[in-house]
Design a protein around this ligand. Structure first.
Ligand SMILES: Cc1cc2nc3c(=O)[nH]c(=O)nc-3n(C[C@H](O)[C@H](O)[C@H](O)COP(=O)(O)OP(=O)(O)OC[C@H]3O[C@@H](n4cnc5c(N)ncnc54)[C@H](O)[C@@H]3O)c2cc1C
Length: 537
């Protein structure tokens, strides 16, 4: 996946311009390109830099939405989960989840059993593991450190964990493989109008300051929490969204011994919350808050009150943990791009359903939805685009696996690495993040002794870094350390102890202007500190 220079784009014509490189925009670009449309995807920061790297990292039906009788949404999401397991097996991991029942909870054992039965049936069953109701004794046998006071039992069921940023990136790669042109760190700053219709966009490069103008038969707005700002390019004013902020904190598993993700209720406001062991093994993340947000969309971060709320959840879940701010080794905050509900509906009860609307100049906007339903959202949006363009092609995005998904190729990478005596931990990490595309990292690793050197946290070698630059459009430290490798989320110091070496290597490979490296390091350090209540040195 190569970044096209803006100068090369100037004056070009596309069938479709997609604004926004989160999971919704990436899925839309992939779907449209697979239907034979010429597509440009424009992302102002990095792919998944918005909400799509700050979710709860679940591909799920959303069991808790059954409480608000959103049966359609849950059934649809469970079916999408099954689809994701087929299209991206390398990034979707089936895990057990425990829905806990304590004395005083609004849901009873029979209601939970009924809800989980609906969940099982809606999936059409390929997940092949049916839920089980557990007694309090069975729950504590499984998770001995959970609070036992008032524990009535629970329901054990299965859902899917993912790496949301990498999922988005592979969807974007799928778009590029299908012929779409992708550009990151480039913002759409205006619409090109012809006879009152949106027939293109103006784009500003966010790193070098260049700009260009591109023509399109159709423009779509997939900008998540920025939806209203993008709609304002077409028609000033009006508010379409009710964004709510969701925060997660990260703690060490050694401080918070939990093996299974659990759902329970917050001691503060009785909302459903979920501590989840990360795919990274050594940490657990706890989420999420859900509060109305009216601050700047470009600077969303956890506040001390968010951290305290989640620490209360943690200590309520495992009272012997006695966690404080000092035990929080990471955190993140994201905005749910929810469609504004009628007055009087609470944050948690605001619908997660998506909506497609058409503006006065013909721009199509999609809002709401979930990571899990992004394929379906994209399909409906591209159906509308095809209708507008009078284009008819068969739908393919539901059948073409994401790049990196091929299990035979993954097996070959593992076999080749084993024969070359590459440390097994490194190979597992690559395959877990890049699937079959780990072949590209392995090639680099085997090509030269220098490439085998580990220069960053969590086993980041020169070979992996080079792959991310040449194949995944990494242009900044944050692209690499937040979205490609997740070092920011899971490493206690966010990778600061090795940031100099990583920045030195990036400077060698990325055409940074003089002085850029120091700015990158300072910006990244600020981000790490902003997301840790007791910042590392
Ligand atoms: C706390 C939290 C937990 C969640 N958990 C889950 C979960 O577990 N499972 C699930 O299925 N869903 C979950 N969701 C929902 C899911 O994450 C979002 O619905 C999804 O990521 C939204 O993707 P998006 O592409 O619409 O928006 P975003 O990912 O925010 O992407 C929008 C993109 O548009 C870009 N952009 C904005 N303006 C411009 C411009 N002018 N020019 C170019 N680009 C622009 C932004 O930089 C951004 O990258 C969660 C959400 C939150 C907040």
């Amino acid at each position: 996946m190569i970044r096209t220079r803006l100068a090369q784009l100037d004056g070009r014509r596309f069938d479709l311009v997609v604004i926004g490189g989160g999971v919704t925009g990436a899925a839309t670009a992939r779907d449209a390109a697979l239907r034979g449309l010429t597509v440009l995807l424009v992302e102002k920061d990095d792919f998944a830099a918005g909400t799509s790297s700050r979710s709860s990292k679940l591909i799920h039906g959303g069991l808790r939405y059954l409480q608000t009788y959103q049966f359609g949404l849950v059934a649809e999401s469970v079916r999408e989960r099954e689809k994701a397991l087929k299209l991206a097996p390398h990034l979707t991991h089936v895990k057990p989840f425990l829905y806990l029942l304590y004395d005083g909870y609004p849901e009873s054992a029979w209601m939970l059993n009924l809800g989980l039965t609906f969940y099982d049936v809606a999936s059409g069953s390929p997940i092949r593991r049916r839920h089980r109701m557990l007694s309090a004794a069975q729950v504590t046998q499984r998770e001995p450190h959970l609070r036992t006071t008032g524990l009535m039992g629970g329901g054990l069921y299965y859902d899917v964990l993912t790496d949301d940023a990498r999922f988005t990136l592979d969807v974007a790669k799928g778009a590029a493989n299908a012929g779409a042109t992708l550009v990151n760190h480039a913002a759409v700053t205006g619409l090109v109008m012809e006879d009152g219709r949106a027939r293109g966009v103006t784009i500003d490069d966010q790193l070098t300051g260049g700009s260009c103008r591109v023509h399109a038969r159709q423009v779509v707005n997939c900008t998540g929490p920025w939806t209203d700002a993008t709609m304002a390019l077409e028609q000033p004013g009006g508010g379409h969204l009710r964004p709510t902020k969701g925060v997660h904190i990260v703690v060490r598993k050694s401080d918070f011994p939990l093996n299974t993700a659990v759902f329970l209720r917050s001691p503060d406001d009785n909302r459903v919350v979920w501590p989840t062991p990360s795919l990274e093994q050594d940490v657990v993340y706890i989420g999420t808050t859900d509060t109305d947000y009216t601050g700047p969309v470009d600077d969303v971060h956890p506040e001390p009150a968010d951290i305290r709320y989640l620490l209360n959840v943690a200590n309520h879940t495992i009272p012997s943990a006695h966690l404080t701010e000092r035990d929080v080794v990471g955190s993140w905050a994201g905005l749910r791009p929810l469609v504004a509900p009628p007055p009087g509906v609470s944050e948690s009860n605001t619908s997660r359903e998506h909506e497609i609307s058409e503006g006065p100049a013909g721009m199509l906007t999609i809002s709401g939805g979930k990571l899990t339903t992004s394929r379906l959202m994209a399909r409906q949006l591209v159906d509308r685009v095809e209708k507008a363009l009078g284009h008819h092609a068969s739908y393919r995005a539901g059948e073409v696996p994401l790049p990196g998904a091929d299990p035979v190729q993954i097996h070959e990478v593992r076999a080749r690495a084993e024969a070359a005596r590459v440390p097994p931990g490194l190979v597992s990490r690559w395959v877990g993040k890049y699937g079959a595309n780990a072949a590209g990292i392995l090639d680099g690793y085997l090509a030269s002794e220098a490439n085998t050197e580990v220069i960053g946290a969590r086993g980041l070698t020169r070979a992996e870094l080079a792959y991310c630059v040449t194949e995944e459009m990494v242009l900044t430290l944050a692209d690499l350390l937040i979205r490609r490798t997740s070092t920011f989320f899971w490493e206690a110091d966010g990778g600061l102890s090795t940031v100099q070496a990583v920045a030195d290597e990036l400077e060698r490979l990325v055409p940074w202007e003089p002085g850029r490296k120091q700015i990158e390091i300072e910006q990244y350090r600020r981000l790490v500190h902003q997301h840790r209540p007791a910042p590392p040195e």
